[in-house]
Design a protein around this ligand. Structure first.
Ligand code: GCU
Length: 672
């Protein structure tokens, strides 16, 4: 009996610890002052959430009255809102909820509560979970899936629901309003009764937070799940099968968001297996979801082993189809033309389509950026993409404006992020990876938001600057001792990762054998598909390094508009960041700095390493402001990152030196 009691106590203690630590994310509880909430709408689930959030989190004047008013207003778009000292006005209940979160965020981060109208840049702000039905997560570094588990009973427990609710709340607090519950490498089983039942249970928990559920589907489901002879998108039986299955999905989940599809890509089945186009495939599903107001997010991540330059293929396949897609199809395009590398130029597809909606896909999970080991804040990387000028309709046609409907009207607009969430106590494996989830939501809401502001908000909310001052942490010191230096660390972290791994436009030179963590520029076992091996991308040889994508090389530059294409085509005007992406240059090529390419490469590698060492010092000095547990976790991870950055630098330099035959510059730390 005693031991049962002891286990129970231990369980409660562990659970409380979890609940008090990482599980709160940026929504850490504060003692709230009393507030009266007056609302004009009927008492719906969303409105109830908004009210309870205000009551739990109010930091304003005790006894104040806040009005939540539903009102049509031309200046309010989608689920936008008007915030004023009196309260929130919005056209939808979700808008009221987002206004409440903005109000509370302002209170907690000490920002003034002036009158402001805030409209989301994108109508749909969606997390893509690469979660498999067996509970594993593809490219997940934070434990198993929060949605699925290898459990044939499909029982939904109270703990499941509690977790999903916390997840939904975190999403809603940053404006995320959709979640694709399963991997793009989809199992046909996702549309079977058991999985649909669980998806319905998840949707029921997410609904009061305004988060819609979507599913990724396998294109060959009619054959694999339905037993049909074919999955040809023009076959009447296939069309009927998708219609019937979709009807069943909506019967269970009336506000279901729609389907996400990876087709004719990396071995996944697709319309091309039947001699049909991406448009034929996407339209089949678009017609099935149309009666219910659903969407199809059709991915453009396509490349084939025969292509001479993988970076060109998506553009080549999709541009001829412009205008052929139904208006409830959005083409989902990864930020760069290859695959979520530490740095890529933006995908030329963003500036290419005029009659087809396009949406950016970012990877929140850090597949190529240090996974859950390296501290890398991704907002600057996404902002770099969103701010890039495509020149599609002249200067100012940024990726942001080409995807949010500002340049060419789009019936629907969206942004997707591949989620980094798992069952780990801190949700994301690395405490600072929570900031990337937060940043995705904030940027999907406002695609021009400064990374500095996002980092500032996240740090203040997550590390609780409003906690009562202690002997160790006088309140006045929080800004100087913690906020400013740690924010600086976050803002520098992505460039540091580029420097110690793939500087100057190098890409895809990571290890294939360690799940894309660490260096592997040499990896090319005989018989492997060339476009999966690093030498295909870096092209290092005695005569130089880099992939020639100029007009005399693969001519990928021609997929960009002028004046950008011309700028990228010329090594003298191509930004250093993209130099070896677009050019194959001799080792002694004279850089803008005056140094040789070889020396510049070495300096970048070394700079990355020195940066991480600086991050370690910054974090060590932040100790008085952080609880012991989070301090130690981050300190340990930084130590590992620092050692691994040296491995990247040494491996990169020693490998490339075999071709350059040049000495390591004296001013950098020599390889070990
Ligand atoms: C990357 C990743 C795969 C994923 C693919 C995709 O290649 O390594 O795991 O399936 O992207 O985005 O579809």
């Amino acid at each position: 009996m005693k031991s049962i009691l002891f286990s129970l106590l231990l369980f409660c203690a562990t659970f409380t610890l979890r609940a008090e630590n990482g599980h709160q994310l940026w929504l850490r509880p504060h003692p709230a002052a009393p507030v009266t909430v007056v609302s004009s709408g009927k008492n719906s689930a969303l409105l109830a959430t908004a009210k309870s959030e205000l009551q739990q989190g109010w930091q304003g004047r005790a006894g104040a009255t806040v009005k939540l008013t539903l009102k049509k207003d031309k200046s309010i778009k989608y689920d936008g809102f008007r915030l004023s000292p009196q309260g929130v006005e919005a056209a939808t209940e979700a808008g009221l909820l987002y206004g409440v979160y903005e109000l509370l965020r302002r209170q907690q981060t000490g920002q003034p509560l002036t009158e402001v109208i805030s409209n989301p840049s994108y109508e749909h702000r969606v997390l893509n979970h690469w979660d498999n039905p067996d509970g594993s997560v593809e490219r997940g570094y934070a434990g198993k899936s929060i949605f699925w588990r290898q459990d044939s009973s499909f029982v939904v427990t109270g703990r499941d629901k509690a977790l999903w609710q916390q997840y939904a709340r975190a999403n809603a607090s940053v404006g995320i309003n959709g979640a694709v519950l399963n991997n793009v490498n989809a199992s046909p089983m996702i549309l079977s009764a058991d999985y649909l039942g669980r998806a319905k249970a998840i949707a029921d928990v997410l609904r009061p937070y305004g988060v819609k559920v979507y599913l990724a589907v396998k294109f060959s489901s009619p054959a694999l799940l339905g037993g049909l002879k074919t999955s040809d998108p023009l076959d009447p039986a296939v069309i009927a099968w998708w219609k019937a299955r979709t009807r069943e999905v909506y019967r269970q989940i009336p506000d279901f968001g729609g389907f996400l599809v990876k087709a004719s890509s990396e071995g996944q089945p697709g319309p091309q297996d039947f001699g049909r186009t991406h448009a034929d495939g996407a339209n089949l599903l678009a017609d099935a979801v149309r009666p219910y107001g659903g969407l199809v997010m059709w991915r453009a991540f396509v490349y084939s082993p025969n292509d001479k330059d993988r970076a060109k293929q998506a553009y080549n396949e999709f541009v001829p189809l412009d205008g052929k897609f139904r208006d409830n199809v959005i083409i989902q395009v990864k930020n760069g033309p290859i695959d979520f590398q530490p740095r890529e130029p933006f995908s030329p597809l963003f500036g290419a389509l005029k009659k087809t909606a396009v949406m950016p896909e970012f990877q929140i999970t850090q597949e190529y950026l240090g996974q859950a080991i390296d501290l890398v804040f991704l907002a600057p990387m996404w902002a770099e993409c969103l701010r890039s000028d495509t020149y599609q309709a002249g200067p100012g046609s940024t990726v942001a404006r080409c995807t949010d409907g500002s340049v060419y009207p789009q019936k629907h607009s969206a942004m997707a992020g591949v989620s980094n969430v798992g069952l780990d106590t801190n949700w994301t494996g690395h405490d600072f990876a929570q900031a990337n989830w937060y940043a995705f939501g904030r940027l999907a809401w406002n695609n021009t938001l400064a990374s500095e502001q996002i980092a500032d908000e996240w740090l203040r909310l997550t590390f609780d600057n409003s906690a009562p001052p202690t002997a160790n942490q006088p309140a006045a010191d929080f800004n100087a001792g913690f906020l400013t230096p740690v924010k600086q660390l976050m803002l520098a972290s992505r460039e540091a990762a580029v420097d110690y791994s793939m500087p100057l436009g190098l890409h895809h030179i990571m290890s294939a054998t360690h799940g894309h963590y660490g260096p592997g520029p040499w990896w090319a076992p005989p018989g492997t598909r060339a476009d999966w091996t690093p030498p295909y991308y870096h092209q290092a040889a005695a005569n130089g390094v880099g992939f020639d994508r100029t007009s005399t090389g693969s001519n990928a530059v021609s997929q960009y508009h002028e004046p950008l294409a011309g700028q990228l085509n010329n090594p003298a005007t191509c930004p250093d960041e993209y130099l070896l992406w677009f050019h194959h240059l001799p080792w002694d090529f004279k850089m803008k700095s005056g140094r040789t390419l070889w020396d510049e490469l070495a300096l970048h590698y070394d700079h990355g390493v020195q940066q991480v060492r600086q991050f370690q010092r910054t974090w060590d000095a932040a100790r008085p402001y952080v609880d012991a547990e989070r301090f130690a976790l981050v300190q340990n991870k930084l130590r590992t990152q620092s050692g691994n950055a040296v491995i990247w630098k040494d491996a990169g330099l020693l490998y490339f030196q075999q071709f350059s035959h040049l000495p390591i510059p004296a001013e950098i730390e020599p390889p070990m």
